[in-house]
Design a protein around this ligand. Structure first.
Ligand code: ADP
Length: 464
């Protein structure tokens, strides 16, 4: 919807802001103009008023002067019609409230201001009454004079000024909106480019990236974050594809063996021993497939979090001793020396002992499988800072540094020839890592080709 577009929202806010600013500016300008003109008029009325007051004082019988006929107009001010200005009129009232004098053009409805009748008012008081601006004065004895003039022309001037200002404001608004629309369009263009690139990548060009060169700084960092996300998605997709290919490959070998064995056995009548051999080969392949499928299932359950941990306090030292004990026959069979170096004190951890036992059996199984004739394996447990660890060191074939970063990936094998030792599916380390991650732990490896490897499982230490 167009009103949900960022560009339109920017435009609307921009327009509203402009209208408020321009209206505020216009209203203030009108107000100032009006106040300044009124001040000018008031000054004009004040000076005329003072003249009239002087005139009244000079002709006041109460002050001992003969009551001659009052001049109808003072010398200046009232009645004067200077260029472009309205004539000034006045009306004077005596102390008794009776009208003393008035110019002919004074409006009939002028009345003395209520407050000035009591003579308490010293200074002029200004007011606007319809089309007139008036100033009223009170003499100390109590005469009241109202001086005024028409402000019709001034009000018309104000209206013209306001109309002119509104027209100018509308022109500025239109220009600012046009510039705003152009700027918003320009600002949105990189976002549209980012959107187009993202759509292209989502549609299948997974190796494409958003071009960050030339983007404004804020958008460049957004594009970089998106690119990192796309790289991760691509990596995940590649890994998934690789995983599917690897899993299929792993299963294809035993299936091929079963097919080849059965075909050969069924090709012609055979001796009982030959059938037995064929069936045994099929059994081995089936067992291999079962191990593979079980490992894959375990991994899938661990990754999806379906398999809950049954955590309990465990002495890691004792668990390591038991696992070593369990692998001892295998090590002896392979002609290896398997040693357990017990820690001085218990190593308390809170783990699922079955799962952690599986990790230790994986590590020990590898240490046997990838050892050299007459080699040795050492198992130890202990603590380091807030962590507890169990370590399996072997004197085996070792692992070249370039393989170490990928060692815990599913199906990753160092030699890449699929002739791995029996029972080894290429998933052992991936499962071990997943189990340790589930426990909030980690697994590390140090290795030197020809010298041996050290695998360490790290866990959070718990209170003894
Ligand atoms: P696998 O089931 O093949 O042993 P793992 O995930 O347990 O799979 O191990 C992955 C690969 O890491 C192995 O194929 C092997 O090449 C290498 N590896 C694991 N443990 C050791 C070790 N102790 N010494 C040398 N190489 C090892």
């Amino acid at each position: 919807m167009v009103f949900r577009s960022l560009r339109w929202q920017l435009q609307v806010w921009h327009a509203l802001l402009l209208v408020v600013v321009l209206a505020g500016f216009g209203a203030t300008a009108c107000q100032l103009q009006r106040a300044s003109r009124f001040r000018e008029i008031d000054r004009e009325l004040d000076s005329a008023g003072l003249e009239i007051l002087r005139f009244i004082r000079e002709n006041d019988p109460a002050r001992g002067r003969p009551p001659g006929p009052p001049p109808r107009r003072p010398r200046t001010g009232p009645g004067r019609e200077s260029a472009g200005r309205a004539p000034i009129w006045y009306v004077a009232w005596g102390r008794d409230g009776l009208e003393l004098d008035r110019t002919a053009d004074a409006p009939a409805d002028v009345k003395p201001p209520a407050a000035s009748i009591d003579g308490s008012q010293r200074r002029s008081v200004h007011r606007t009454r319809g089309q007139f601006r008036e100033a009223s004065f009170t003499t100390p004895p109590g005469e009241v004079v109202v001086v005024g003039r028409s402000i019709e022309a001034d009000l018309a001037d104000f209206s013209r000024f306001a109309v002119g200002l509104t027209a100018a404001g509308l022109a500025v608004l239109a220009a600012a909106l046009a510039i705003g629309a152009w700027l918003a369009g320009r600002a949105m263009r990189p976002l549209q480019q980012i959107g187009a690139s993202a759509r292209r990548i989502a549609a299948g060009s997974h190796s494409d990236r958003i071009e960050t060169a030339g983007l404004p700084e804020e958008l460049a960092s957004l594009a970089t974050v998106l690119n990192e996300g796309f790289a991760q998605i691509e990596e995940t997709l590649v890994r998934q594809r690789q995983f599917t290919a690897d899993a299929s490959h792993e299963l294809r070998t035993p299936v091929s063996v079963v097919l080849a064995q059965t075909q050969a056995a069924l090709a012609r009548p055979r001796q009982e021993a030959e059938y037995r051999n064929a069936l045994e080969a099929c059994q081995r392949s089936a067992q291999r497939m079962r191990r593979l499928v079980e490992s894959l299932l375990t991994l899938a359950r661990l990754e999806s979090g379906e398999e809950p941990l049954h955590l309990q306090p465990v002495d890691l030292n004792q668990l390591a001793a038991e696992s070593t004990e369990a692998v001892q026959p295998l090590a002896l069979g392979a002609g290896l020396v398997l040693r357990f170096e017990s820690s001085a004190s218990p190593v308390p951890v809170r783990v699922d002992p079955d799962r952690l036992g599986q990790v230790l059996l994986n590590l020990l199984g590898n240490a046997v499988a990838y050892n050299r004739p007459g080699g040795s394996i050492t198992v130890s447990a202990g603590t380091s800072g807030a962590e507890a660890f169990v370590r399996v060191s072997d004197t085996g074939i070792g692992i070249a540094p370039e393989h170490l970063p990928r060692l815990f990936e599913r199906f990753y094998r160092v030699d890449d020839s699929r002739s791995n030792p029996r029972g080894h599916t290429g998933l052992g380390l991936a499962i071990s890592q997943q189990i340790l991650l589930q426990h909030g732990g980690r697994i590390t490896v140090e290795s030197e080709p020809g010298q041996g490897s050290v695998f360490t499982a790290w866990l959070n230490r718990s209170a003894a």
